[in-house]
Structures are given as structure tokens and as C-alpha cells.
Design a protein around this ligand. Structure first.
Ligand SMILES: O=C(O)C[C@H]1C=CC(=O)O1
Length: 96
């Protein structure tokens, strides 16, 4: 199942910078694993914002829920989740 997830990150300005750097490093490692195994299919930065657009390929709604809640930056994020399905004009075999 494919989902588009838009994530906006908002770390308070008075948050400890060293702790923020630690959490961001954890987030990067968490994302790297999922990007490498194809679960996190696309990750794009929204220009000028601490936000991204991501495409996830997961087994179920519950799997996506667990994955998102496991993001180290989750406590600092707001998200919009949009389920996707194949477009009839798509030419990509892996769109499903
Ligand atoms: O930077 C972000 O958009 C937040 C998050 C998503 C992947 C990652 O490494 O950090």
C-alpha cells in the first residue's frame, strides 16, 4: 500500500541544540534503513521549509502508523497522510 506523507518539523527555538542534533542523527539513521529497503520510497524536501514529502510502501495502515510513531522526530512533527492508488494512465509497474 502506498501513502504520501507530508511531515512538518517544528523544534522549539529554546530546545537544547545538542539534544536536537542527537535526535536528528537518530532520525537520519532510522530513515536510511527504510530508504534502503524500499519501505520509504521517496523523500523530498519542500523548498524553503523544514518539511518533506515522502512516499511509503507498507503492508497496512497499522504498519504505517507504527513506522511514523517510531520516527525519532515524531514528537516535533505534524503530519498529513494521504493514501494513494494506481493511476489508470501510469506507466510504472511498481505503482500499486
Ligand atoms: O528532515 C526531515 O524532513 C525530517 C525527517 C525525515 C527524514 C529525515 O531524515 O528527517
Amino acid at each position: 500500500m502506498l501513502f504520501m506523507v507530508e511531515m512538518d518539523v517544528n523544534i522549539p527555538l529554546d530546545f537544547d541544540p545538542a539534544e536536537a542534533a542527537r535526535i536528528k542523527a537518530e532520525e537520519k539513521a532510522y530513515a536510511a534503513k527504510l530508504l534502503a529497503d524500499g519501505t520509504w520510497r521517496h523523500l523530498w524536501r519542500k523548498v524553503g521549509l523544514y518539511s518533506n514529502v515522502s512516499i511509503f510502501d507498507v503492508e497496512s495502515n497499522a504498519a504505517l502508523h507504527d513506522l511514523l510513531m517510531g520516527l525519532p522526530l515524531y514528537p516535533f512533527m505534524t503530519m498529513k497522510v494521504t493514501p494513494l492508488c494506481r493511476h489508470p494512465s501510469s506507466i510504472h509497474d511498481d505503482d500499486r
